[in-house]
Design a protein around this ligand. Structure first.
Ligand code: M5T
Ligand code: MG
Length: 242
């Protein structure tokens, strides 16, 4: 099959509707299948805004966001979500069973596929520990599961859709370091052929990324691998030391 899941941002400038100044300026990068691109930067730098442009949560005024060479503005959201799964910064669970929450967006998945996704997302144990397993009920907004459990269920939900592109917006922040490391190792095996774009606060989550983009005030100020940035980027050094 042809390469699928190539993401390219080309000179993207973006302002929220009604806002006076752009939150993203002249953003360009490419993420290819098999690669992990990490985005790091202080709060308000524009990381979430940057991710949200691929699934077309907003349309851009300048530049282009391309998925497999096609501007996303020419694709409808349903076509994009077949190929792109985003785990949002505030992952949402709705009132229903764990199974309902995991199948969201892909009803034909088998129970085995749900368990496989839970295993990768490090959520298998706590679901098995529940009396009703996959049929255990989740309260509206996921208030009866912990923040880390909610993140893991939302990661499992993304895995169930078998996307070509994964967008993780700070998806590992509520996990302890050991669980984070196990999850990412499992994820790496599963997503070996996928394109992964990951926003993270914790440096250890991104040190092995193929490319790290340092975002500051809506601009990519530096880019490279962890080792390269340690040498060349004062902004990155500040983040590492903080
Ligand atoms: C970047 C503004 C926000 C900030 C800037 C999501 C969102 C953001 N903004 C809006 O005006 N409307 C919105 O719906 O855009 O915000 P961000 O992209 O959320 O930044 P971040 O993800 O790097 O920050 P954080 O805190 O998640 O690390 O001026 O007001
Ligand atoms: Mg954010």
């Amino acid at each position: 099959a042809a390469l699928e899941g190539v993401v390219e941002y080309r000179n993207v400038t973006f302002a929220y509707p009604g806002a006076e100044s752009p939150v993203l300026s002249n953003i360009s990068f490419t993420a290819r299948p098999g690669e992990t691109v990490a985005i790091i930067g202080s709060t308000g730098a524009g990381k979430t805004s940057l991710l949200s442009l691929l699934p077309r949560l907003y349309d851009i005024a300048e530049g282009e966001v391309l998925l497999d060479g096609v501007p996303v503005s020419d694709l409808d959201r349903a076509e994009i979500t077949k190929r792109v799964a985003m785990v949002p910064q505030r992952p949402y669970l709705f009132s229903g069973t764990i199974e309902h929450n995991l199948r969201f967006g892909k009803t034909e998945a088998t129970d085995q596929e749900l368990w496989d996704a839970l295993q990768i997302a490090q959520g298998e144990d706590f679901v098995r520990a529940k009396k009703n397993g996959l049929n255990a009920r989740i309260a509206q907004g996921g208030t009866n599961v912990s923040g880390g459990q909610r993140q893991r269920l939302c990661i499992a939900r993304a895995l169930v859709t078998r996307p070509k592109v994964y967008l993780f917006d700070d998806s590992f922040s509520a996990l302890d370091v050991a669980t984070d490391a196990r999850l990412r190792a499992a994820l790496k095996r599963t997503t070996a052929d996928a394109t992964v774009i990951i926003v993270a606060q914790r440096i250890t989550t991104i040190t092995d990324a193929d490319q790290i983009l340092v975002l500051d005030n809506g601009r990519i100020v530096d880019r490279g691998t962890h080792e390269e940035l340690l040498e060349t980027s004062p902004t990155y050094q500040e983040i590492v030391e903080s």
